[in-house]
Design a protein. Structure first.
Length: 159
């Protein structure tokens, strides 16, 4: 995998993701399934979902690797995209792995995650910060069709 582009800020994460999904041309019967950590990955998943809100596919959030807890992501007027309580059976056209999954505190290895998603035989997109997939070896296990790696440093705080 070679570096393709360099962007900045939140649009630099969202625009390439939207372009990639648009190129897939998902239909109303398709699903885009995000696997991530509850809480920390969820806002980023909702941002990604907002970027593709015009996409007719159903968007789904799976907390960690527990597919039995998969929930539909819906548009909430005047708010944006939100994870709903509506459970969904998975049949993805695209899997999106969030970098929080690779953090050591989750206890999830790349091989475990690969075992969970390998049954789908669909493209896999990775979205992480600070080279987390590279640092934890996930880039050696997954053949990401798109990898978005953003930086969030420095973080300046004034009081």
């Amino acid at each position: 995998m070679k570096q393709h582009d360099v962007f900045e800020s939140v649009p630099g994460i969202l625009r390439p993701f939207k372009a990639y999904v648009d190129d897939l041309k998902p239909g109303t019967a398709d699903q885009i399934v995000y696997f991530g950590c509850p809480g920390t990955c969820t806002p980023f998943i909702e941002l990604l979902g907002f970027a593709i809100r015009s996409c007719p596919a159903t968007q789904v959030f799976v907390p960690l690797t527990d597919e039995s807890k998969a929930k539909k992501i819906v548009s909430v007027p005047d708010v944006g995209m939100q994870v709903s309580q509506e459970r969904v059976k998975l049949d993805p056209k695209l899997v999106v792995l969030m970098g929080g999954l690779s953090m050591p505190n989750t206890g999830i290895t790349a091989d475990q995650m690969k075992a969970v998603i390998s049954k789908y035989r669909v493209p896999v997109v990775g979205v992480c910060f600070m080279k987390m997939f590279e640092k934890t070896g996930w880039t050696k296990v997954f053949d990401f069709s798109l990898l978005i790696d953003a930086n969030i440093a420095p973080v300046d705080v004034w009081r």
